[in-house]
Design a protein around this ligand. Structure first.
Ligand code: GSH
Length: 319
């Protein structure tokens, strides 16, 4: 049984959790909730009543967004977010500091004693610190995207929604704007912001992401490989090319096909590639999550969210 996710579309904690589920190639049962009418099943699983909540098949309940991110990325972390530097100082500064000011600036009517201009100043000073850091290193914890970046962007997005003019005009925030746009313009953004009606126990059970399905383990998968890449994989012990000239860590998954998709893929991307091999993969022998994701035309393609172990390749033939 797939895990059950209780989620709320605009909640930044739920957004960071959905980001990690997407990143790791996972599929869950999606129960969209309304904060003012939480389903009894959710409160029973997690009496503290905040989203996101993930209930695993064995009954384990994950009720903190950062734990959920770690759980997802422990199964697959194709772009090595967990290895990108120590996220803790940034996570603390956001969850224990910035969020406090964000709420009191954005929802000042809910905090009658608070002066929104004070919280605007405090919040901005934190954002400028993040921006300076990004100007220096590219990302919060170094030269590539890490857990801290993935966990914080939904909160920065909320700040921008509260004060778009101020956010867009501040010269000190320029690096932060580019950083935020990286997340907003990524193909995953629309997927993680998909809409669903609130779940009710008698209704349909959609999956998250809604444009994906599970990959059956009893049908072979195929991958077109340049002969030179396949030979290199023999030395490395695994195959890490996503598609022609792009690596797993650049794309986030390895493109595969079902049998009938091989020829059109060859014609589109490999016809002039020279020595091309067709790998036949047993999906039951891979170690990373598999998920069939829709491409823009709506067609579903199987994607592997980790390297192909050599033992999973059942047959190699000349294309
Ligand atoms: N520390 C929690 C915080 C989650 C949280 O506060 N979520 C808000 C929505 S953004 C919530 O569910 N609030 C409950 C309510 O408003 O009733 C986490 O990281 O998962």
């Amino acid at each position: 049984m797939l895990p059950i996710l209780y989620s709320f579309r605009r909640c930044p904690y739920a957004m960071r959790a959905r980001w990690a589920l997407l990143e790791a190639g996972l599929l869950v049962q999606w129960r969209e909730i309304e904060l003012r009418a939480k389903p009894a099943a959710m409160v029973e699983a997690s009496p503290k009543g905040t989203v996101p909540v993930l209930v695993l098949a064995d009954g384990t309940v994950i009720e903190e967004s950062l734990e959920l991110m770690h759980w997802a990325l422990a199964q697959a972390d194709p772009r090595d977010c967990l290895g990108a530097g120590d996220p803790d100082p940034w996570l603390r500064q956001n969850d224990d500091g910035f969020k406090h000011h964000l709420d009191r600036f954005k929802y000042s009517d809910r905090y009658p004693g608070a002066d929104p201009s004070v919280h605007q100043r405090e919040g901005l000073s934190i954002l400028r610190g993040w921006s300076a850091r990004i100007r220096e290193t590219g990302w919060l914890t170094g030269e590539r995207m890490g857990l801290a970046d993935a966990a914080l962007w939904p909160f920065v997005r909320q700040w921008r929604i509260a004060d778009p003019q101020g956010f867009d005009a501040d010269p000190e925030l320029e690096p932060l704007r580019g950083w935020l746009n990286h997340f907003l313009e990524a193909p995953g953004f629309e997927r993680l912001m998909q809409r669903a009606d609130p779940w009710d126990s008698g209704g349909l059970q959609p999956l998250f992401p809604a444009d994906a399905i599970a990959v059956p383990t009893d049908q072979p998968l195929f991958h077109l490989a340049l002969a030179s890449d396949w030979h290199q994989a023999q030395n490395q012990g695994e195959y890490r090319v996503s598609t022609r000239a792009l690596m797993l860590e650049q794309v986030g998954f390895i493109h595969c096909s079902w049998r009938e998709q091989v020829e059109p893929t060859y014609d589109r991307f490999y016809a002039d590639a020279g020595d091309v091999l067709l790998l036949e993969i047993d999906p039951a022998l891979v170690n990373a999550p598999l998920r069939a994701d829709a491409i823009p035309s709506g067609e579903l393609f199987p994607h592997l969210y980790g390297p192909i172990p050599l033992k999973a390749v059942r047959k190699v033939s000349q294309r």
